[in-house]
Design a protein around this ligand. Structure first.
Ligand SMILES: O=C(O)c1ccccc1NCC(=O)[C@H](O)[C@H](O)COP(=O)(O)O
Length: 220
């Protein structure tokens, strides 16, 4: 029998927490990261005070990731006044990523939209602490992520960058193992795929997603 210690443990982020039940499920099932969305056009938008209330339910547990869309430094500072964040995830230009890193001294992850293989970033483009590789949003969407749209995973087949990255977009408990098998993603991110309605997470789906994503299917 293969011992868990011999397996590669995949990183798992559950994004867009707004409610106690979802947050508690992430803690119970040992997600690595939970995401709070600070973007007022998102159904998962939370006020900083609300994120603080959720975050303080448990000491320790998943790292807290704050998600911002083209933020000014003041936007981030206002959130940090209330809730302690471990990571800042941004939709922003490369120049802004560096500025935010310097200003806050926190790891900054960059959401990076990909459609074709030629869109994939080169190592020398790596200025962020991690890239979230996700599909471009549908034309009619008013938000850049959290759209339940799947990337064409074949675009990532054989891509083995030597920097930290994570796969996002349209993942669910049912397709995440296949997505990992096809892309080799070392970490995965989900929002819509573990919800019963936009913004309302399903504790059962969070449990199933983490179970199906944690280790390679052939290893367990
Ligand atoms: O989730 C949102 O509503 C959102 C709004 C604005 C910018 C980003 C947003 N989510 C980003 C994420 O990290 C999602 O987890 C990622 O895009 C995957 O989303 P989904 O396809 O819904 O799993």
């Amino acid at each position: 029998m293969i011992q868990p210690s011999s397996l590669t443990r995949r990183g798992i982020k559950i994004c867009g927490l707004t409610e106690e039940a979802g947050f508690d499920a992430c803690v119970e099932h040992q997600a690595d990261w939970v995401g709070f969305v600070f973007f007022d056009r998102s159904p998962r938008n939370v006020a900083p005070q609300r994120a603080q209330t959720l975050s303080l339910r448990h000491a320790g547990g998943p790292e807290r990731v704050g998600l911002f869309v083209h933020p000014e430094n003041d936007d981030i500072a206002r959130v940090l006044d209330y809730v302690s964040l471990d990571v800042l995830q941004v939709y922003a230009s490369p120049a802004r990523v560096s500025e935010i890193q310097q200003c806050f001294g926190l790891p900054v992850w960059l959401s990076y939209a990909v459609t074709r293989r030629s869109d994939l970033p080169e190592a020398e483009m790596l200025f962020a602490d991690r890239l979230l590789i996700e599909p471009k949003p549908p034309a009619q969407s008013d938000r850049p992520g959290g759209n339940a749209v799947m990337l064409d995973w074949s675009v990532l087949t054989g891509w083995t960058p030597d920097f930290e990255w994570m796969l996002a977009g349209g993942l669910t408990p049912h397709n995440v193992a296949q997505a990992i098998g096809q892309t080799g993603a070392p970490a995965v991110d989900v929002s819509s795929g573990v919800e019963v309605s936009p913004g309302q997470k399903s504790p059962e789906a969070i449990k199933a997603f983490i179970r199906n994503a944690r280790y390679d299917a052939f290893s367990v």
